[in-house]
Design a protein around this ligand. Structure first.
Ligand code: ZN
Length: 274
């Protein structure tokens, strides 16, 4: 089959590509059901990796382009795993997405200290999605490897989007159960930079794995809509537990888990200790 199309944007009704109708029909049947069944008639993106693409990717090395963004959740079909997990420097295009957001005006890190990771992940229904996360270059390969293992073993992660899509608002990102990494900030009331501020921490499925702190008889829960998931005796989707694959992977790569802290519990949080 002639394969020259990088992206196909399918019409939800006809399942024919808006951009290039000539090749879309052959594969339309395979995706039509999914197209029609989605609640929002999501735009479905199919990536085809041609030999030429691979060649030019190799030439580019790490500087691969930021994936084209489309509105709404993305569903990836028939992808080449090796091509879908990669690390990139913070090129101008990526920087324009984070500048003034996670890369705040007072950020003391340099662009060169950070890396952009492109990954795949599966949600609780086994549907594959594209993910994007930024972390410190020191842990980039570890984090990429962790997400690869989690994907290959069907460990469910709902969303991995740049926190900048939430205007770097951690609470909004957590409420939406978005997994994230770098977000520059000083720890409140100090001149110390948080682990996320250094890009040395990753939060996984935060809505179902909240931050919980008891203070003066009050309980602080972040995100605020996570109260149902503070009872860690209960079973529910996306829950991180000691000994599960997510926990084991981060621990193997030198992280510690906030779920094991004494004074506060941060069940979503994995960080590299000092
Ligand atoms: Zn965290």
């Amino acid at each position: 089959m002639k394969r020259h199309i990088l992206f196909k944007i399918l019409c939800p009704v006809t399942a024919v590509c808006f951009l290039c109708a000539c090749e879309a029909r052959k594969e339309a049947g395979a995706v039509q059901d999914m197209t029609l069944n989605t609640e929002e008639n999501k735009v479905i993106k199919i990536r085809e990796n041609t030999e030429n693409d691979r060649e030019s990717d190799r030439e580019k090395g790490l500087e691969k382009p930021v994936p084209e963004t489309v509105s709404g959740p993305e569903v990836v079909i028939d992808t080449d795993k090796e091509e879908d997990f990669y690390i990139s420097g913070i090129n101008d295009e990526i920087f324009s997405r984070i500048e003034g957001r996670s890369f705040a005006a007072d950020c003391i890190l340099k662009r060169e200290d950070l890396r952009y990771l492109h990954v795949l992940h599966k949600d609780i229904n086994g549907v594959t999605h594209e993910g994007e996360i930024i972390v410190n270059k020191k842990i980039a390969s570890d984090v990429l490897e962790i997400f690869k293992v989690l994907y290959e073993n069907n460990y469910p992660i709902e969303k991995i989007r740049l926190i900048d899509e939430y205007n770097a608002d951690d609470e909004a990102s957590m409420e939406d159960n978005n997994s994230s990494g770098f977000n520059f900030r000083f720890i409140q009331g100090t001149d110390k930079i948080s682990k996320h501020g250094m890009g040395m921490a990753v939060d996984i499925n935060p809505l179902y794995n909240p931050y919980v702190k008891e203070k003066d008889g009050n309980r602080i829960i972040e995100p605020i809509n996570a109260e149902p998931y503070t009872d860690r005796e209960k079973q529910f989707d996306y829950k991180i537990e000691k000994g599960d694959l997510c926990y084991e992977q981060f621990i193997e790569h030198g992280f510690i888990w906030g779920g094991e802290w004494k004074s506060v519990k941060d069940y979503q949080h994995f960080e590299i200790p000092d």
